[in-house]
Ligand binder design. Structure first.
Ligand SMILES: C[S@@+](CC[C@H](N)C(=O)[O-])C[C@H]1O[C@@H](n2cnc3c(N)ncnc32)[C@H](O)[C@@H]1O
Length: 280
């Protein structure tokens, strides 16, 4: 039985989701056709879940202007599908990853083994806010669709700054409010989705914090229109029990208001890609 109301933290939340991003639709890894991408998707020019998730990973990589031949740390890697995808597409020197969910770590490691990329990709269990790596180890730290879960996002930024080489990049997507204070109901909805209320502040706050701990050149792009509606339409069909691979999503500007409603109630109103550089 899915726990709908209370999760101690993101670890418990993701363990309870199993192999499905939509609550209550866990197929316990029995459906071998099911894509194990695990993000909300970037639905511009993508109608299937798999394409939207891949599109999200590619857009973030390009937004960060990440180079081949670099050492990457991927934080909150889901089932590691994006790491396999990036490693096949780019000539990356190494990808290390940490993820809080033991089930995801186990499955991700199996997928990496099957892909034959174990010499490039090394995925471990770990927490974004206490990274078990030496200072100045990476050229880039990536967090695709997960930093809002970290307790706290600011602690993650400090850790990312520590493990990045000078001139290295922190590149992540995130969902945020546009004001500092949430309603009680909004906080309750965030709790249901394992999002700590300490992470509730708008992008201006995040950017000035990043600057205060030594990140330069912060840039962002508002991608809300390509994320929220698509994710909500996908979730609606999946919730009704349609197979992940059979779901097709069509964006329509006229539907934007309706499908933003659930996010708005939680206080989350924007989705951004961020890229910033650790000062030299
Ligand atoms: C929405 S999923 C995104 C997964 C993956 N990045 C993708 O795009 O498919 C959020 C991920 O963040 C991970 N996560 C949540 N809190 C974490 C933490 N404190 N440290 C590391 N990983 C965490 C979850 O286990 C999950 O894999």
């Amino acid at each position: 039985m899915i726990k709908l109301f209370k999760f101690k933290d993101a670890k418990e939340y993701y363990e309870s989701l199993g192999d499905d991003l939509v609550k209550g639709r866990n197929e316990k890894f029995q459906n071998k056709e099911k894509p194990l991408w695990f993000n909300v998707g970037y639905w511009k020019d993508s109608e299937s879940f798999e394409d939207a998730c891949k599109n999200y990973a590619d857009n973030l990589f390009d937004f960060g202007d990440l180079k081949d031949d670099c050492d990457i740390l991927d934080v909150g890697y889901g089932f590691g599908v994006q790491d396999i995808h990036w490693a096949k597409k780019h000539n990356i020197k190494s990808i290390k990853g940490v993820n809080i969910s033991p089930t995801q770590v186990r499955v991700a490691r199996e997928l990496v083994e099957e892909s034959g990329l174990s010499d490039v990709i090394d995925l471990r269990e770990g927490d974004a806010v206490s990274l078990d790596f030496e200072d100045k180890s990476f050229d880039a730290v990536i967090a695709l669709d997960c930093a809002y879960h970290f307790t706290t996002r600011k602690d993650f930024l400090k850790e990312a700054s520590r493990v990045l080489k000078p001139g290295g990049k922190l590149v992540f997507t995130d969902m945020m409010p546009i004001k500092e204070k949430n309603s009680r109901f909004g906080n309750y909805l965030l709790k249901l989705n394992a999002i700590p209320k300490e992470n509730f502040y708008p992008k201006e706050h995040l950017i000035s914090f990043a600057k205060s701990i030594g990140f330069d050149d912060a840039k962002f792009e508002d991608i809300s229109q390509w994320v929220f509606q698509g994710a909500a339409k996908f979730g609606e069909q999946r919730f009704k029990g349609k197979n992940v691979s059979d779901i097709r999503v069509k964006l329509n500007p006229k539907d934007e208001k309706k499908y933003r409603r659930a996010y708005n109630l939680s206080g989350i109103r924007r989705c951004y890609m961020f890229s910033m550089t650790k000062e030299k």
